[in-house]
Design a protein around this ligand. Sequence first.
Ligand SMILES: NC(=O)c1ccc[n+]([C@@H]2O[C@H](COP(=O)([O-])OP(=O)(O)OC[C@H]3O[C@@H](n4cnc5c(N)ncnc54)[C@H](OP(=O)(O)O)[C@@H]3O)[C@@H](O)[C@H]2O)c1
Length: 236
Amino acid sequence: MSTVMITGANRGLGLEFVRQYLKEGWHVLALCRDPQKATVLRQLGKEGSLLQVYALDVADFAAIDRLAAELDGETIDVLINNAGVSGPRATDGGPSGQTFGHTNYEAWSEAFKINSQAPFKMAEAFIQQIEASEHKIIATITSKMGSIGDATTGSTIYRSSKTAVNMAMTTLAKQLAGSGVKVALLHPGWVRTDMGGPQALIGVEESVAGMRKLIASITPAESGKFVDYAGTAIPW
Ligand SMILES: NC(=O)c1ccc[n+]([C@@H]2O[C@H](COP(=O)([O-])OP(=O)(O)OC[C@H]3O[C@@H](n4cnc5c(N)ncnc54)[C@H](OP(=O)(O)O)[C@@H]3O)[C@@H](O)[C@H]2O)c1
């Protein structure tokens, strides 16, 4: 049986990854900040025994190490670094903290830790379990908003944190080339979640189905490439 580990699994894209992998008969290790509050996620577990839920705040690197030690001997075919934050947003029509002149540097550091560093830390902590598996895939959910070639104005905090994770994962793909581990860098599309908002273009079902297909078929030559959920290459 194949095993997938998913961060930020309690809502949005993460929860849909859990749903779809469970439906396909995978063993799912679902990580979220507060399992007690993750009622929809825990409900999925009641339908079968293939779901295991663990508490993990990905900004707590000591907790990542503790979980990796707890799961010593497990094999993880696919690690999905999904957890992410958008950074400050304007709620009252005023400047958001990502507006030049009003930049919230504390929020920038937090977003950098969660969006850029945590995926790399997860890979580092769980590499033995991934290398011991059959599929050996690390997938990170990034964003087209991290593309420098595609950049417009605003959302500096979010954009730069995704640009950074793109570079981190590209170097990781090169580092792991030859080990059999492949690294997928996936833009999910503009998706209707809490982050994407109700006006977004696609639903979680379509986005996750597309990304799962790409994860399942990734080749060593495709490792480290930046593509969207339909497999279209995105400029760096
Ligand atoms: N939706 C889009 O249009 C879109 C587009 C491009 C990229 N993305 C990327 O897709 C990924 C998932 O986004 P989404 O749309 O599903 O967002 P979402 O609905 O806002 O969900 C974000 C998830 O990340 C978790 N999370 C945030 N900080 C965390 C932390 N420190 N530790 C553990 N979990 C944490 C949240 O957990 P809590 O419930 O505990 O907060 C939640 O489960 C993100 O990486 C995002 O940047 C989304």
